[in-house]
Design a binder for this molecule. Structure first.
Ligand code: GDP
Ligand code: ZN
Length: 391
């Protein structure tokens, strides 16, 4: 009975507050009672039982739960002027490394009362979080690689763009405040797979995080050959950058783009993610050409995320296991809505739940036939539905 009641509550809540942040008790209900409830709440269109899609999901999402949205912004100390502001680079057990805007790094504990506020999250503080902390001691070291001192995290500021894994209704946040997803593909080696780019764009879109598409290894092809494909992305409003770590083409642009952002760099193994980051900041010294361990799809990884500062500004997340955006949380019916070129047509299909694959009187398919939607984008859409969502 109680379950039923909570189900009813959820429905009416969706109608009244669509797209807005949910209230605490509701989320707690989801977490306790309904494994897929949280995902349902995030994607209010989800009607079918897609719970069997995947049991563990890693997605990037906008603030989607009260904890994400509000952070843990509890002002225990009105004298905030004495607190320092910083971003969390990594969390190891009870200790977080927090970097101030000046680049000083403090080893911080988390105030007990903050920890007691959330029992559902494994870590109350995650990489990428913006926090207020109290400096408790300074080491006074002159070696810049040394920690600047110790501190106590007093408050976690509101989050946006969280990367999280949902498992049995519980959310494990891997990274917070993701400003940008840099989607790296290659002109050659491995061959360009536009459907993969489309999928990654869609995931970024779904999460409201700005994507930047980077086509690397442009030195290996004649760039003119890529013009039609780039034209399609450009016309959809996506920024596309052709780069080469060999000739240095557009590396300055990429560096400038990442400068004031916390970015996730994603893409297949071997496309040159490490090479690009090294080109942007040689002091990162990431190993290039190493065998990837990214393909452990769905495996529970115990390695924690890290936020790595880039010299000259900006940070990049090293989040093991999510570089390819392989795991996502979307139902088939939602896909077209996240494709801006499809969106104008979907409401004109005969069937309101049209998936634009085999249905009659489908406005999307008509638009493809008329050349109003790029045929390759439509192929990518069908690929997504068939390969990823197994409809
Ligand atoms: P990751 O797996 O995405 O991190 O890719 P890596 O950075 O390890 O690079 C994979 C391979 O591509 C390495 O052998 C690099 O030397 C090579 N590579 C990276 N960028 C470029 C480029 O712009 N042009 C060419 N020709 N090769 C590149
Ligand atoms: Zn349709």
């Amino acid at each position: 009975m109680a379950r039923k009641k909570s189900g009813k509550l959820r429905t009416s809540f969706r109608k009244k507050h669509q797209g807005r942040v949910r209230e605490g008790d509701l989320t707690r209900e989801f977490r306790q009672g309904d494994e897929d409830g949280l995902a349902d709440a995030i994607h209010s269109e989800r009607l079918s039982g897609k719970g069997d899609l995947t049991r563990k999901r890693t997605i990037i999402g906008k603030a989607s739960t009260p904890d994400d949205a509000a952070g843990l912004n509890v002002e225990f100390n009105p004298d905030n002027a004495t607190l320092s502001r910083g971003r969390v680079l990594s969390v190891h057990g009870l200790q977080s490394k927090v970097m101030t805007d000046d680049g000083d790094i403090y080893a911080c504990a988390t105030r007990q009362v903050l920890k007691s506020l959330s029992t559902d999250q494994r870590h109350i503080v995650v990489a990428g979080d913006h926090v207020l902390f109290r400096i408790q001691s300074r080491s006074g070291g002159i070696d810049p690689s040394e920690l600047a001192g110790d501190g106590m995290i007093e408050s976690v500021l509101p989050r946006h763009g969280t990367l999280h894994r949902t498992s049995r209704g519980k959310q494990h946040i891997l990274a917070a405040n993701v400003d940008c997803v840099v989607i790296v593909a290659t002109a050659a080696e491995p061959t360009l797979k536009p459907a993969l780019i489309d999928r990654m764009i869609l995931t970024a879109h779904q999460c409201g995080i700005t994507p930047l598409v980077v086509i690397n290894k442009i030195d290996l092809v004649n760039a003119v050959d890529l013009a039609p494909l780039m034209g399609v992305y450009g016309s959809l409003g996506y920024r596309v950058l052709m780069t080469s770590t060999v000739t240095g083409q557009n590396i300055d642009y990429l560096r400038a783009w990442m400068q004031n952002r916390q970015s996730v760099v994603t893409g297949q193994s071997g496309v040159g993610k490490s090479s690009l980051l090294n080109a942007i900041d040689p002091t990162l010294s990431l190993s290039v050409g190493r065998v990837s361990t990214d393909n452990q799809k769905g495996r529970h990884t115990t390695t924690a995320s890290q936020l790595i500062p880039i010299r000259g500004g900006g940070c990049v997340f090293d989040t093991p296991g999510i570089r390819q955006f392989q795991l996502w949380d979307i139902s088939a019916g939602e896909v077209a809505g996240y494709m801006p070129d499809f969106r104008p047509y979907v409401s004109h299909c005969r069937y309101p739940n049209c998936l634009h694959v085999s249905e009659d009187s489908c406005a999307v398919k008509n638009a493809v036939a008329d050349g109003q939607i790029d045929a390759r984008r439509y192929d990518a859409y069908c690929y997504l539905l068939e390969e990823e969502l197994a409809i």
